[in-house]
Ligand binder design. Structure first.
Ligand SMILES: Cc1ncc(COP(=O)(O)O)c(C=O)c1O
Length: 426
């Protein structure tokens, strides 16, 4: 198995990164806080928030022809181009909606509606936005719903479990890039190649909401048909989701203002502030890229930046698990179990799924909170978690989700508190 990167960002770059985010070391009330809950919505870039505010202050309608209106149009065009660049979407359409979930429902329903009585393949660790969309569409349009089983050890879906459900009647396959609960990452290119080999007509839909902030995305190379992301999970703001749709699905009959192009998925007035804000996210990723790469090609810098983010996060993960000369890592702290990570190796995202022998997950979250560390318990009492936790034979986990802007000092603080929590006797 490949070794994880252990080198953190150079100090100069680390400082630039830390200074780019809001509330890295304290919360909105000025209290010290380590925000290790980025899978629930990530730390925000100052530039993304500022751009949102600035564009939101303009009353001008972009559909007019005066100077400000024309400039706002450019912001929307640049934002759309930036969405294409981060996804490497060279063809097809870009869709926007209030949430990534809404887009997933639109996409899956549209595909399911186009074919009569076949089957839809999904997995038992999908987020409800895609799983429920598959179930809903299967019921509405008389398809059979087939659910690929997870490997409880890795919290991922083995490719063969998907392939054995695919036949000539398979309308679509929906598979998550990275699980927001287990942190398992799927090799979408490898999966898509194998799915196409089994049935080239099957539409491949990918939920990249959790994966997008942690590594490069390439819909062109992966040759998939649809993929969604959410800026609030990748250093930007809430209130919008984006999706790519390939040429073969973009013009399927779908909700559309009928005077617009057949492949247009945007209904009503766009929000320029969202595009301005997302372009700042892309600028930031390019800034990291340009620290290591002198290219002036924006996609090259995005890929470099996302690869560097991924490497930094692998170094954070490594220190969390294995510790350092300063302190032992989680694997050497008794009473704590790290799930999935060992089975996944370098295919584990920067998400730790922990359970404690001495206390419940709920108690652990409370205790971390008292020590100014924000983490979250995913429990089977929640619709968002139950099916996924059942699939990996767990009842609850403490989800720990830092991002690349965190440092070795932050990791050591987390380990120190984890050690203390693990020693509590009830
Ligand atoms: C993997 C994954 N997919 C989809 C979503 C849906 O995002 P939203 O609720 O913003 O639509 C989430 C949100 O947590 C997610 O983690």
């Amino acid at each position: 198995m490949l070794e994880r990167n252990t080198n953190f960002f150079p100090q100069q770059l680390q400082k630039l990164i830390s200074d780019s985010f809001l509330y890295v070391n304290e919360d909105a009330y000025g209290n010290d806080r380590l925000f290790f809950e980025n899978a629930g919505g990530s730390l925000r870039l100052k530039s993304a928030v500022d751009a949102q505010t600035q564009l939101s202050s303009l009353p001008d309608c972009p559909e007019r022809t005066h100077d400000i209106a024309m400039d706002i149009r450019k912001v929307i065009e640049k934002g759309t181009e930036d969405i294409r660049l981060i996804l490497n979407a060279k063809d097809g359409s870009i869709a926007t909606s209030l949430t990534a979930s809404k887009l997933m429902f639109e996409i899956i329903t549209t595909i399911a509606m186009d074919k009569s009585s076949g089957n839809i393949v999904t997995t038992d660790i999908e987020h409800p936005s895609s799983y429920d969309a598959c179930q809903f569409s299967a019921e509405q349009y008389k398809h059979e719903l087939r659910v690929a089983k997870a490997d409880p050890k890795s919290g991922s879906i083995p490719l063969e479990n998907i392939l054995k459900l695919i036949d000539e009647e398979t309308v679509l396959v929906s598979v998550i890039l990275t699980s927001n609960i287990t942190g398992a990452m799927h090799d979408i290119k490898g999966y898509a190649d194998a799915i196409r080999l089994k049935n080239p007509d099957t539409i491949i839909v990918v939920d990249a909401v959790q994966g997008a902030p942690h590594g490069p995305i390439d819909v062109d190379e992966w040759e998939i048909d649809a993929l969604n992301i959410a800026p609030y999970k990748m250093f930007g703001n809430r209130g919008v989701g984006y999706a790519y749709l390939s040429n073969r699905i973009a013009s399927l009959p779908h909700h559309r203002l009928l005077a617009t192009d057949e492949d247009n998925w945007n209904i009503g007035s766009p929000t320029p502030a969202q595009f301005a804000s997302f372009s700042k996210v892309i600028d930031y990723i390019c800034e990291i890229g340009s620290y290591f790469n002198s290219s002036d090609d924006r996609r090259t810098l995005i890929t470099e930046g996302m690869n560097r983010i991924h490497l930094q996060e692998q170094a954070i993960l490594n220190r969390l698990i294995n510790g350092s000369n300063e302190r032992p890592g989680i694997k050497d702290i008794s009473n704590v179990t790290v799930h999935f990570e060992e089975a996944n190796g370098i295919r584990q995202d920067l998400i730790l799924a922990l359970t404690f022998d001495n206390i419940s997950c709920e108690e652990a979250v409370q205790l971390y909170g008292e020590q100014n560390i924000l983490v979250y318990a995913r429990e089977s009492s929640s619709h968002y978690s139950k099916r996924i936790l059942d699939a990996v034979n767990l009842d609850a986990i403490v989800r720990v989700s830092p991002i690349h802007c965190h440092t070795s000092t932050d990791v050591d603080k987390f380990l120190e508190i984890t050690q203390k929590i693990s020693e509590i006797i009830r």
